[in-house]
Structures are given as C-alpha cells and as structure tokens.
Design a protein around this ligand. Structure first.
Ligand SMILES: [Zn+2]
Ligand SMILES: [Zn+2]
Length: 306
C-alpha cells in the first residue's frame, strides 16, 4: 500500500475513505477535512471567538491544535473536576500544551467552587457521569457567555457520536435524538455549540497527536470504566470491520436525513433558573440544586462539629 498522493509509505489506511496517506499528507488531510467540516455545517468563522473545552485527552487537544494552525481564534477552557490524579495529570497536560503555544487558557476548579466529582456523587447519590455532564454543561455555557465567546467547541469524535446515537436509538430517546446535530444554534440562553471532529475517528485523532508530538493523557476518567458507551463503541467497531464505512454512514445519514424530520416542537422551551438565571427545564437548574445539596450538607456538618 502507498500514499495516494505521493506514493511514499503510508502511516494510515482509512477504509471508510478508501485512503492511504503518508505522514505529511495525513497531516494536511486532517487540517483540510477539519476545515471542510466546519464550513459544511456552518459551525463558526475566522471572526468568531471560539472556546475549546479541553479535557487533556487526545481529541480536544488535537482539535485545539488544528484550529490554531488553521488560523481560528481559539482559546482553551479547562474545568478541573477534582478527580484525584486523573484531574491533576489532565490539568498539567493542558497547561503544558497552552504554555508551549502561548495560547490563552481559562481554568476553573470545581473542587474550589463546589466540591470535586467524587464528593458531589457521594453527597447526592447521583450517577457520576450524569453529575459530570450537568456540571460541564453549566460551566461551558456560563464561561462562554461571561467571556463573550461566540461558540463552545468540544472534541467529540465520530466514535463518540455514533455510539451515543446508537444508545439513544436503542431507547428511542427522542429528546436527545432531536439534538444530535454537530452544531446547535445559540438560543434560549445557550451559546452555540459545535463538534468539529464529528467526522474523525478516535484512531485518526490519536495519530494526529502522535505525529504532532502532542502529549495527552491516555487514561480515561476512572469513573467511565465499564460505561455502556464503551460497549456500544466495541459493537460499532465490529460492524465497521465487517463493512467499512458503516459507522460514518450511520451517523452522517442520520444528521442529513433524519434530523430534519424533527420539527420545531422537539425543541423544549426552557425557563430560567431562579437562582443563577441559566436556562433550565425546572425552577432550579441541575447545577444549583447540586450546589444547594452540597452546601446544606456542609452546613449541617459544620454545625454538628461546633
Ligand atoms: Zn504522501
Ligand atoms: Zn441555576
């Protein structure tokens, strides 16, 4: 097998694109394919202030790096979730990345403001991934609005999007299925959100990082172990091996053909949280009710110790 463009030894063969590329041509393909995706879905332009939600993992750092190289005004946002060594290492990776590039990085620490994820899980009895999801949603939106960014982008890749689509289809979760588009407009107190890596597999983002010398945290969040999403990814990979291109088709044809069938009524009109003013389906948003429960708990703890 040879690089399609120059005939040199390839570093990757992508069966879903029927494309083998050498090191140099994979790098330029990655940038071009990213820019095409951004334009095709009208995610943002070179004038927009972009906030990249970075976790320290391969996807979000590959995304931030590629956006900077393409000349986008992309700043980073890291939310320290207070998950022990995992958060410590992730934060170091993100700080090192930003430092090396002189890129702007905003950091907020959940432990300092409320309590780390382990504490929140313990105090509320809620499932960790759901607590983590609520907390991230709240901070991404709040920080983007406070700092006047036009759009928040996340590193969700094709494997993430296809597996979550499969999961939501299996339970016909219409609320989530109606919001599976790679770009969600600014509305009802939410800033615009986009997933520019939605057409890249995790193998491709990992290779991009490797070739660019990006030092990322390989370990997954310790709470995500055994998560159903990982099982769905394995299943999709088995289907993909048998019939290359299925994963990409499953996701993109859903976005192109099925999503437009959801009418306006699938969009819930949200009220505002009475505590913080952020959009919320209930009187008090999930984040504020988490905060109330944690603060009340700490309050009783303090009074009992005098
Ligand atoms: Zn080549
Ligand atoms: Zn609130």
């Amino acid at each position: 097998m040879k690089c399609r463009l120059c005939g040199k030894k390839p570093v990757i063969y992508m069966p879903h694109h029927r494309l083998a590329l050498c090191r140099e041509h994979f790098d330029s393909w990655f940038l071009k394919h990213l820019e095409r995706t951004v334009k095709e879905f009208r995610m943002f332009s070179k004038d927009d202030g972009i906030l990249v939600a970075v976790s320290g993992g391969k996807d979000s750092l590959a995304l931030w790096d590629a956006l900077l190289r393409l000349g986008y005004r992309a700043d980073g946002f890291y939310l320290d979730l207070g998950i022990g060594d995992y958060s410590k290492r992730s934060r170091e990776a993100v700080e090192r990345f930003a430092g090396e590039r002189g890129a702007k990085l905003i950091i907020r620490s959940l432990s300092e403001e409320l309590g780390g994820i382990p504490l929140l899980v313990e105090r509320t009895g809620r499932e960790s991934c759901s607590v983590c999801g609520s907390v991230k949603r709240y901070f991404f939106n709040k920080v983007a609005k406070d700092h006047r960014y036009a759009v928040v982008v996340t590193g969700h890749n094709l494997d993430d999007e296809a597996s979550s689509l499969l999961g939501n289809l299996l339970s016909w979760n219409l609320k989530y299925l109606g919001r599976k588009h790679p770009v969600l407009p600014q509305e009802g107190g939410f800033v615009r959100k986009a997933k520019p890596l939605c057409r890249f597999t995790e193998k491709e983002t990992a290779l991009y990082c490797l070739l660019r010398g990006i030092d990322y945290v390989e370990e997954e969040c310790p709470f995500s172990e055994g998560a159903t999403s990982i099982f769905y990814k394995e299943i999709l990979n088995r289907i993909e091996e048998r019939s290359p291109g299925t994963k990409m088709r499953f996701y993109l044809e859903y976005v192109r053909k099925v999503l437009p069938l959801f009418g306006q009524d699938s969009k819930e009109s949200l009220g505002r949280c009475r505590v913080c003013g952020e959009p919320s389906p209930s009187e008090v948003c999930t984040f504020c009710s988490l905060r109330e429960r944690v603060l009340n708990f700490i309050g009783t703890g303090r009074s009992s110790t005098g």
